[in-house]
Design a protein around this ligand. Structure first.
Ligand code: GLC
Length: 433
């Protein structure tokens, strides 16, 4: 496939999945992109940010701005923005969505969920600014972002160490990630009905307590300091500082100081020197959860991360066959973990390869000068798309596509076509491995 054909295919998917209209309840226009109309019909928080990376790579900056403005249109007075915005169809599409709203009559009208998702939003706004130099847009959106990041720090940095805790697996954006198994009391193994009920009951309990954090903490419910969320949080605090710099806003300094605090806390609490990996932390006990997934490497997205740590992670884990070495890397959990299942399943993020993870780790490797390793991940993405189209996730051994079809985020490939040093021009095709 030529680069231009890939770009056109992605443009077509995003266009077909775009929804625009007028909300009577919120008295505003809205515009968002459904990740996949049948399976995921709402506006989702981190999906919207990923759509912005794709749209800006396609030079669709105005559409990108509209998506971000809609994401913040229901923002609460205290700064909170939920991970799902039900603009037109309040009732959940999937059983697992039901307990993710705050209980009340509002559930039957357009509303937001009560969960958060990884906060890629400051970088998304930065991308829009890089492409437009539109300071007016920044003057409108940055105050909303500041309130949002302040909400996260005030409500989710529960013990004041800088790290954010998530209160349900779904807040990681990697719904059934196997690190959470032991936290929900599931014995190690592939996903099944027992896992389903254990995870859904986390949401049901949170729902019954109306998502009141102080109660959830007092009762010692699900609380995890997840590596992926915190790496993205740290990276986006730096992006917040840079956005504030553009506006001459003195809050830049406090975002920079907080980013550094988060990075240091990640090294201190999550990095395991023997295993050479960043592990999720079970916040209740402070213990590391010893499961290898691609997020063990996510902190490398922080440019200031010491180079010895980067070297150790790449050398030890990346292409190691019992762990992440597959014909189509990166599997979403190490091959030798008992939860690993490479086929289609409702229990997402437990084996198959996601374009998102490759896109993310590509940046990590690229920043730390592991260009060859980065290139392998990019080639994999291209081959997967050429072979199996824009699917939600893929078999790491055969490349077969699974899950939602015409899935928008797999369009992140267009962001990689633009990265300096990458595939340039109209290359015809390429092979993984
Ligand atoms: C799945 C993903 C989640 C995403 C949602 C919509 O639940 O795990 O990260 O936001 O789909 O695409």
């Amino acid at each position: 496939m030529k680069d231009s054909e890939i770009r056109q295919a992605v443009r077509d998917i995003l266009k077909a999945n775009t929804h625009e209209g007028w909300s009577k309840k919120f008295r505003t226009e809205y515009c968002y992109i459904q990740p996949s109309p049948g399976t995921y019909p709402y506006q989702y928080f981190w999906d919207t940010c990923l759509h912005v990376f794709i749209l800006t790579a396609l030079d669709e900056h105005e559409l990108a701005k509209k998506n971000i403005l809609s994401l913040f249109a229901m923002q609460n007075e205290d700064g909170f923005v939920g991970h799902m915005l039900f603009w037109t169809r309040p009732l959940p599409a999937k059983a697992t969505d039901f307990f993710q709203g705050r209980p009340g009559l509002n559930l039957f009208q357009p509303h937001m969920s009560a969960l958060v998702q990884p906060p890629l939003v400051a970088q998304a706004v930065q991308r829009i600014h890089e492409g437009t130099q539109d300071k007016e847009f920044l003057r409108v959106i940055v105050p909303k972002l500041k309130k949002y990041f302040d909400w996260l720090a005030a409500h989710r940095d529960i013990d004041g160490d800088g790290l954010i805790s998530i209160i349900t697996p779904f807040e990681s954006g990697m719904d059934w990630k196997p690190t959470f198994d032991e936290v929900v009391g599931f014995r190690k193994g592939v996903g099944n009905r027992e896992l389903f009920w254990r995870v859904v009951s986390v949401d049901a309990r949170n729902f019954l307590h109306r998502y009141k954090i102080s109660t959830l903490v007092r009762r010692n419910y699900f609380r995890v300091k997840e590596v992926g969320f915190n790496a993205i949080y740290c990276q986006n605090l730096t992006a917040m500082a840079e956005l504030c710099d553009v506006l001459g806003d003195p809050d830049a300094d406090r975002f920079r100081v907080l980013a550094r605090k988060v990075m240091n806390a990640m090294i201190e609490q999550m990095y395991d020197r023997d295993a050479e990996a960043f592990y999720d932390i079970h916040a209740k006990s402070g213990e590391k959860i010893l499961v290898l997934t691609p997020t063990i490497m996510f902190p490398l997205v922080i440019r200031e991360m010491p180079s010895e740590i980067a070297g150790a992670l790449v050398r030890r884990h990346l292409s190691d066959e019992p762990e992440f070495g597959t014909p189509y890397p990166l599997p979403s959990v190490a091959r030798n973990d008992p939860s690993f299942y490479p086929f289609e399943s409702e229990y997402l993020w437990r084996g198959p390869t996601w374009i998102f993870s490759n896109w993310f780790i590509y940046q990590c490797l690229y920043y730390h000068n592991y260009r060859e390793e980065a290139e392998l991940l990019r080639k994999t993405i291209r081959t997967l798309i050429e072979q199996s189209g824009f699917r939600e996730y893929y078999n790491p051994f055969t490349g077969e596509g699974y899950g939602a079809e015409k899935f928008t985020w797999s369009g992140l490939v267009v962001d990689m076509l633009n990265i300096d040093g990458g595939v340039s021009g109209d290359s015809e095709s390429s092979q993984a491995g």
